[in-house]
Design a protein around this ligand. Structure first.
Ligand code: DAH
Length: 343
């Protein structure tokens, strides 16, 4: 009977819809199509039933089946579009929006100590000085004796130096390169020596057992303190700013005569007096003097023919004053959050 046929088609439609709803991808969807509309699928069973109908009912039955098939195909198609749309949404969620601002890769920067050292070296290279490096493990002879520091000098006590074995220690300053260089080269000499130095100091806000110096040495006929003052003034203007002045305060170092401590205008206040300079308007940067005749002689030079000056400047001091750091440990702890601010 015709009404049986339409019931069958309705039931088939209902099952098809259920199957469509649970088909999660195109492969599953194809499975549903074959199962219901394929050559040996369920619809074919229904078509076969036409033969049991009276000839008068057959045309209407054929049409009902064709209409149902068209309807089922439309539903398959629409489910297929739905799956496509869902897949596209998923892809878009993962897609790159090329109009978004980029994330810059983190780049390193020079450490404040390295920067101060390179700035100082660049200044001296421009003025014809050679940059030379020396050994950090030094002999007692170069670190002390050759520099006129006698065996009973307090600086030689084991307390102040790191000895590897008797006669061999970590250099306590860059000054040993003065005699090493002069012994290896005849005058004139114009060098700077940047590098690490070591002393057995307890760590606090102002002391570190490892620190950096830059040593300068100029030896030639007729060299005097006026040259030193001019050169240091240029150095401080290079690393601190254009208005720096230099002040010498008489002092004693065994390897120079006369000797002087070197001050420069406090860059924090321009000389007015502030916290950085303790109100004096000046900050101490290093030591200096005219190379002692004994040191020239030890180097094979004739003090009657040449004179020279030398200086030793603290690199950490330059970096700390430049960056307004009041604790030397900041420079060695290397907390990236701090270094980023000093870059
Ligand atoms: N070497 C000394 C120190 O570490 C600094 C120094 C003073 C270096 C006077 C010099 C100089 O060249 O002439 O304390």
């Amino acid at each position: 009977m015709f009404s049986d046929l339409t019931d069958q088609l309705d039931a088939l439609g209902a099952r098809l819809r259920e199957a469509l709803a649970s088909a999660g991808d195109h492969a599953a969807l194809e499975g549903v199509r074959v199962r219901f509309l394929g050559r040996s699928g369920e619809i074919t069973q229904v078509r076969r039933a036409i033969g049991t109908l009276s000839p008068a009912e057959r045309p209407a039955a054929g049409k009902a089946i064709n209409d149902a098939v068209a309807q089922f195909e439309a539903e398959l198609e629409s489910r297929s579009h739905e799956l496509d749309a869902r897949a596209l949404e998923g892809e878009l969620a993962l897609a790159i929006d090329v109009t978004f601002p980029g994330i810059a890769p983190a780049t390193g920067s020079l450490h404040p100590i390295r920067r101060a050292m390179e700035d100082a070296c660049r200044y001296f290279e421009r003025h014809g000085f050679a940059v030379v490096l020396g050994p950090e493990i030094e002999t007692e002879y170069y670190n002390f004796d050759a520099l006129n520091i006698p065996p009973d000098h307090p600086a030689r006590e084991g307390l102040d130096s790191f000895y590897l074995r008797p006669g061999l220690l970590l250099r306590t300053h860059t000054s040993p390169m003065q005699v090493r260089t002069m012994q290896a080269h005849p005058p004139p000499i114009a060098i700077v020596v940047p590098g690490k130095c070591y002393r057995r100091d307890a760590i606090d806000a102002r002391h570190s057992p490892m620190f950096h110096q830059i040593e300068g040495l100029l030896v030639a006929p007729g060299i005097h303190l006026g040259h030193l003052k001019g050169v240091l003034e240029g150095l401080f203007r290079e690393v601190f700013g254009p208005k720096q002045a230099v002040r010498f305060r008489p002092s004693f170092f065994p390897f120079v005569e006369p000797g002087a401590e070197v001050d420069t205008t406090c860059p924090g206040c321009g000389g007015e007096g502030c916290k950085t300079c303790g109100g004096s308007g000046w900050i101490e940067i290093g030591g200096s003097g005219m190379v002692h005749p004994d040191v020239l002689r030890e180097s094979g030079y004739d003090p009657a023919g040449v004179t020279g000056w030398a200086f030793g400047v603290g690199i950490e001091r330059i970096a700390m004053v430049r960056q307004d750091i009041d604790d030397i440990r900041v420079l060695f702890e290397n907390d990236p959050r701090v270094l980023e601010q000093l870059a």
